[in-house]
Write a protein that binds this ligand. Structure first.
Ligand code: PEP
Ligand code: MG
Length: 325
């Protein structure tokens, strides 16, 4: 199939009945930028800024961050880049800034909580992102692990102050689009309140599934029970997509679901048209999308939503995929 995948590079990810899907890449390493471009990615749907922080032995300075972020924006010139602010804590520890032992790290000091409590780090990072984006108007800033309106408001205040500061210093900065990661279940019912505060959402299906199922897939004792097409996860995703639709908030999906053909079909059936995934998985998912009729994915979804277990859901979707190939 490799030859087929190569040919796909310049073909759009459009379904047989003409629904245009955008496929973005997840990245964090500069070394990952060219594979994404090679596979014809439509942009970067998740740039994990913690990765350049994790591979160093001290915090990168503002200028050092500007250089890294510029490379990403330049590589994807004219295409959207969703840059996520630092998402450390939980399973991602900075070697030079010990977070201390926590009884429940997954529920602890991580994501935006950590950044707001270390506001100078956030200010430096936002300054670097905005400075890097001068001349590239496709910067989208993504906030990880948001669970309350206060966090979103504090973040927005910080961003406005940084914008003012930079303008006063003479930088021609423009307001980026702001989005939140939907990965804490509490964010789901908050979404209607955030309609006028955000420009988009990105659903982090790894953490969202982990928190909905209260199940750590990195724990080998329970990992075999983890499946992101669990009916409870599907029903919550459907709720997120429908809420976002009714408030006209653009949605994209990052996390492992975007590279699982079964999940992609079901999400397509829900109306998702933006997926972000590891670049090596992109051709396979593009191939799938180009061979699906969206209306049939909708019908598949409706059948799946009536099932109460993952075995039957996967069987339905896999039978569907068999007919495509
Ligand atoms: C997620 O939680 O699904 C996600 C994409 O974020 P990360 O994997 O970086 O936690
Ligand atoms: Mg996450």
């Amino acid at each position: 199939k490799n030859a087929i995948y190569d040919e796909l590079k310049n073909q759009p990810a459009t379904t047989l009945d003409g629904v245009a899907v955008k496929l973005f890449v997840n990245t964090g390493l500069l070394a990952d930028l060219s594979p994404g471009i090679k596979h014809g990615a439509d942009g970067v749907g998740l740039y994990r800024t913690e990765i350049p922080f994790l591979i160093r032995d001290s915090f990168p300075t503002e200028d050092e961050q500007v250089q890294v972020y510029q490379k990403v924006l330049e590589a994807y010139q004219g295409k959207p880049v969703y840059m996520r602010t630092l998402d450390v804590g939980g399973d991602k520890q900075l070697p030079y800034f010990p977070l201390g032992i926590e009884e429940n790290p997954a529920l602890g000091w991580r994501g935006i909580r950590f950044s707001l409590d270390n506001i100078q780090l956030l200010i430096t990072q936002l300054r670097a992102m905005l400075r890097a984006s001068v001349g590239h108007n496709e910067l989208h800033v993504l906030i990880p692990m948001v669970s309350s309106t206060q966090e979103l408001d504090e973040f927005r205040d910080c961003l406005s102050k940084v914008m003012q500061q930079l303008s006063a210093e003479g930088y021609a900065v423009e307001m980026p689009k702001i989005g939140v990661m939907i990965e804490v279940p509490a964010a789901i019912s908050q979404l209607p309140f955030w309609e006028n505060k955000i420009d988009f959402i990105s659903v982090g299906t790894n953490d969202l599934s982990q928190y909905l199922l209260a199940l750590d897939r990195n724990n080998s004792r329970v990992a075999n029970r983890f499946d992101h097409v669990h009916p409870a996860v599907l029903h919550e995703l459907y709720r997120i997509i429908n809420t976002a639709k009714s408030y006209r908030i653009p949605v994209s999906i990052c996390g492992e679901m975007s590279s699982d053909p079964v999940a992609v079909l079901l999400l397509l059936g829900m109306g998702v048209t933006k997926f972000s995934l590891g670049s090596s998985k992109l051709p396979k998912i593009k191939y799938l999308i180009r061979h699906v009729v969206k209306q049939q994915a909708e019908a598949l979804l409706q059948k799946a939503l009536e099932k109460d277990n993952v075995i039957e859901i996967r069987k339905l979707a896999n039978d569907f995929i068999q007919k495509i190939n």
